[in-house]
Design a binder for this molecule. Structure first.
Ligand code: ADP
Ligand code: MG
Length: 238
């Protein structure tokens, strides 16, 4: 469970090749961070893993299955975006319950799973509120609640903290690290924030214009960057 493998994955938009052959092996439970400058292809790569973007060439494997032609809901993954995309007219409870309603679970089952998610995310006191009545951090936790409620084995995050202020980002970094530990799930986390990458990742994947520039632990990249691009991006200028 929770294994992910990319095999020479490419993406073309018309004649422009924006992902130029990416291969990566992710083990169950790893916290992988994709970093790189704006436009280097982080979101496109994540969207191909999610099934929201067609793969031009190569294969995406999840748990030993090639999922290239599977719809997002059948891949055993959940995706959390930067914009919260909550339903403003629904309560927190119903926002979190929504994927389970789609799956046609019974009210009892829905209730059990929503309560577990609410406890993990400390939203028990907010379940009857509407998103508009919540702080930014609470809204982001609801979005994460909606992702974890179906108990996926792989989570995909696309810059989930970039709309939050610096103090809240710091808190959420700690919370997401704890969530990763509690859920024992694989996480693929996209950011352009070096601090997030260095503090949260088991391994960092540095992307440069559709290529992987380097893969390694934060310490490996910091002390032994393969090239100037990685060095510049990770922060050790030597
Ligand atoms: P990042 O998330 O790293 O900022 P993206 O994956 O969003 O980068 O974009 C990578 C490249 O692909 C950019 O040059 C972007 O303009 C291009 N791109 C992304 N989506 C589309 C699309 N739907 N059609 C054409 N080009 C796109
Ligand atoms: Mg992006």
């Amino acid at each position: 469970m929770g294994q992910l493998k990319l095999e020479n994955v490419k993406k073309r938009f018309g004649t422009a090749e924006v992902i130029k052959g990416v291969s990566l092996d992710v083990k169950h439970g790893e916290f992988i961070v994709f970093v790189g400058p704006s436009g280097c292809g982080k979101s496109t790569l994540l969207r191909m893993i999610a099934g929201l973007e067609e793969i031009s060439e190569g294969d995406v494997h999840i748990d030993d299955r090639v999922v290239n032609s599977l719809p997002p809901a059948k891949r055993g993954i959940a995706m959390v975006f930067q914009s919260y995309a909550l339903y403003p007219h629904m309560t927190v409870y119903e926002n979190i319950a929504f994927p389970l309603r789609v799956d046609k679970l019974s009210n009892d089952e829905v209730d059990k799973k929503v309560m577990v998610a609410a406890r993990i995310l400390k939203l028990e006191e907010r379940l009857q509120h509407k998103p508009g009545e919540l702080s930014g951090g609470q809204r982001q936790r609801v979005a994460i609640g909606r992702a974890i409620v179906r108990e996926p084995s792989v989570f995909l995050f696309d810059e989930p903290l970039s709309n939050l202020d610096a103090a809240l980002r710091a808190t959420m970094r700690v919370e997401l690290t704890k969530l990763h530990h509690d859920l024992d799930a694989t996480m693929i986390y996209v950011t352009h924030d070096q601090v997030e990458a260095m503090t949260m990742a088991d391994r960092i994947v540095v992307l440069d214009a559709g290529f992987i520039a380097q893969v390694g632990t934060p310490l490996e990249l910091y002390h032994k960057p393969d090239n100037l691009f990685v060095a510049g991006f990770i922060g050790n200028p030597k």
